[in-house]
Design a protein around this ligand. Structure first.
Ligand code: SF4
Length: 379
């Protein structure tokens, strides 16, 4: 059987934290297929129809099965009342069925944000977050187990990258949460653990399946994918004819400062990253979001605000200021409320579109990767 969905080779951060072009190439080819049986939840409807045809089944069966998995969010074949016992047995023999187990969840007493820790079939764990907004419910998912990008302010990268997530494993984070909360998910952000552009093929397939009319049918315009700035993949994404939002983790206004925070800046210059952002806007018409984590004394000064205006002032963009979450392994500290407000006002004075990210779930393990790390320490 041929499937595009594969586990990639495990890769850890290099000691100097630098990522090279060849790393990205290596990470996307020569990937061994998942050992044993493929994951049925990671197959598109067309792929599933092809596979069921090989098993002697009609196309309408594939559609029924697809809807059970991706629209009715069935946790196992047992729930599928109109699928015969015989076909279920054949499916068991030929495929695995991704169904995440919830290890734990925390709920904020302040704003109802829920943070989930899920166990995958191989024992790895990933985090997802459910947030309730006036405009609808939003889920933030992980795209990898760990991350090899080495951003200095991030807990998710402290142990490097374990592996990529399959489309079915990304989808099931949303499906589980949707069932658990009993509420529809209308917005999706891929900003949890992992660099989405480092798991490109699986992310692309995941987006197509998430927005498929036979599945949850979430609008592409309600999907945001973040990147730390992998230029070739950003340009490739611009060509995919999608209407999703691209969010660039900018965090600093010069290559030198950015390198202090994000090792990826050794590989791709800011100038090239911003050119890729312009290209994305040209091709898709979608406004770019710039994520800017404010770290006290590092990138929150008046000079930083001036440089940021000079850098992105000409772009059709939205700037999201993020008060950085302190993590115990690193010594970065959150900017003061006054510094955040002053930074915001300087940008707004130049008619830039700015928001300060609301701190959701402040009273739970809010920062990306912290719940997973605590779980690993306790094991
Ligand atoms: S911020 Fe994102 S890209 Fe950077 S290390 Fe963390 S998970 Fe990876």
């Amino acid at each position: 059987m041929e499937f595009e969905t594969k586990y990639e080779n495990s890769k850890k951060c290099k000691s100097d934290g630098q990522i090279t072009d060849s790393d990205h190439v290596d990470a996307e080819k020569g990937m061994p297929a998942a050992e044993g049986k493929p994951d049925i939840k990671s197959l598109t409807l067309a792929e599933l129809t092809g596979e069921l045809n090989k098993l002697g089944e009609k196309p309408f069966r594939a559609k029924q099965l697809y809807q059970w998995m991706h629209e009715k969010l069935a946790r196992s074949y047992e729930e599928m009342t109109n699928i015969s016992k015989n076909l279920k047995e054949k499916l068991e023999q030929n495929f695995t069925y991704t169904s995440l187990n919830m290890v734990t969840f925390q709920e904020s007493q302040i704003d109802g944000t829920r943070k989930y820790l899920f166990e995958l079939a191989d024992g790895n764990v990933v985090e997802s977050v459910w947030m309730k907004y006036k405009h609808g419910n939003s889920v933030c998912i992980s795209s990898q187990v760990g991350c090899r990008m080495g951003c200095r302010f991030c807990a998710s990268t402290l142990d490097g990258l374990e592996r990529n997530l399959l489309p079915g494993e990304m989808l099931d984070q949303i499906y589980y949460i949707s069932r658990h909360t009993g509420e529809r998910v209308s917005n999706l952000v891929v900003m949890g653990t992992g660099e989405p552009m480092d798991n490109y093929d699986n992310i692309l397939k995941f987006i197509h399946m998430l927005t498929d009319e036979n599945g949850l049918h979430i609008s592409q315009r309600n999907v945001t994918v973040s990147t730390c700035g992998i230029v070739p993949r950003m340009r490739q994404l611009a060509e995919e004819n999608l209407q999703i939002t691209l969010a660039l983790s900018l965090h600093a206004t010069t290559d030198e400062k950015r390198r202090r925070l994000m090792p990826i800046a050794y590989t791709y210059r800011l100038e090239d990253v911003l050119d890729a952002c312009r290209y994305y806007f040209e091709k898709t018409g979608r406004r770019i979001t710039f994520e800017y984590s404010l770290v006290r004394g590092v990138n929150d000064t008046e000079e930083d605000a001036r440089e940021l205006i000079a850098l992105v002032g000409d772009l059709n963009c939205h700037i999201n200021l993020i008060p950085v979450n302190p993590i115990e392994e690193r010594d970065f500290r959150e900017s003061t409320a006054e510094a955040i407000r002053a930074f915001q006002m300087r940008l707004e004075k130049h008619r830039l579109n700015v928001t300060v990210r609301r701190e959701m779930g402040r009273d739970i393990d809010g920062a990306c990767g912290q719940l997973r790390r605590r779980h690993k320490k306790e094991m």
